[in-house]
Every structure is written in C-alpha cells, then in structure tokens.
Design a protein around this ligand. Sequence first.
Ligand code: IMP
Length: 185
Amino acid sequence: MITFITGNKHKVEEAKKIFHNFNIELEHIDLGYPELQGELEDVAISGAKYASSKLRKPVIVEDAGLFIRALNGFPGVYSSYVQETIGNSSILKLMEDIDDRYAEFRSVIGYCTPKTEPKTFLGRVKGQIAFQEKGDKGFAFDPLFYVEEKDKTFAELSIEEKNQFSHRRNSLEIFINWYKESSID
Ligand code: IMP
C-alpha cells in the first residue's frame, strides 16, 4: 500500500484509479505540508521528506504546474497561486493575441521513506491553451487545456480518459514501475 499526501480531492480520485489499474492500493492522508516556493522537484522533495518523517511511513506527494511556452513557462511553479488569484479568465486574456498556444502540464511525484532519501519522478503531457474555457469535468486549468488528438479539453474528458495519458498518469506510472522493481528482492 502507498500513502498519498494531498489536500486535493481531484488528485486523489485520479490517482486512486491509476493505482487500481496497477493493482496497488492507495491510502490518502490530508496532512498539509509547508510548500516552499521553488522548482516542482524541490517542492516534492521537501514535502515527501516532511510527511514521511512526521507519519513515520513511506509516502508520495505530488507537485504539478501548467507551463505555457509563449509566456516563458508561466504560470509554472506559480500555478496554484495564479489559479487562486487571477484564474483561468486572466490566462485567456494574457493569451489573447498570441498564436503560439503550446503548453504542457508537468507533474512531479516525490517519494520518501523514513529510512531513505527522497526520489522524484517527472511526467508531462503536451497540449494547447484553448481560446475559451470548455467542459465542466476535472478541475483548475482543465477547461483551458486542449488536446489536439482528442479534439477536447481536459475538462471534457472523463477521469478514465484523462488518466490514459495525463501528466499525473505519466509521473505515477514511472514511479509505480520503479517501485515495483525496487521492491523485488
Ligand atoms: P499543485 O501545486 O500540484 O496542487 O498544482 C498547482 C496548480 O495546478 C493548482 O492550482 C492545481 O489545481 C493545478 N493543477 C494541478 N494538476 C492539474 C490538473 O491535472 N488539471 C488542472 N489543473 C491542475
């Protein structure tokens, strides 16, 4: 069993289904940990270290962000703050006259046990910033994130569909493969 530390119920819902497909049980604890400002990897490392020493067990945490190429990677590591303050409509406004719509979501999983140093696992997914919000599923930036192959935004996909190729699916799959391999004696 793996313990996922997060306060985000959407992340839990997605992660539970992903772990289920890999036959691993996922426990969820909303512990709350200090989120330092920094690269996704640094936030994941410090969060995982904090939670595993506090709970005295192995944990994973996740730090994610939306990186828009035409805005030099903004909001990137500032994604939560931007989401809570100016929100999706302001991102659309910033992108109003911009032709290059390329963006990617990145997800970094931090894994740590009380006896080992933290490790990180990066997953990414490529997409485009839509011209308007679309869809009512998902959360946060999902209505903005258009995926050409599906001709849909993340917010128009079911969790199962999003889980087939999302940044979170990719980071968790890399983690799970490593975890399964490293647990074999
Ligand atoms: P966090 O710091 O990892 O929670 O994520 C940074 C910001 O990106 C938060 O506002 C999240 O809600 C948002 N975010 C993270 N993952 C996703 C996603 O899969 N879809 C849409 N927004 C996301």
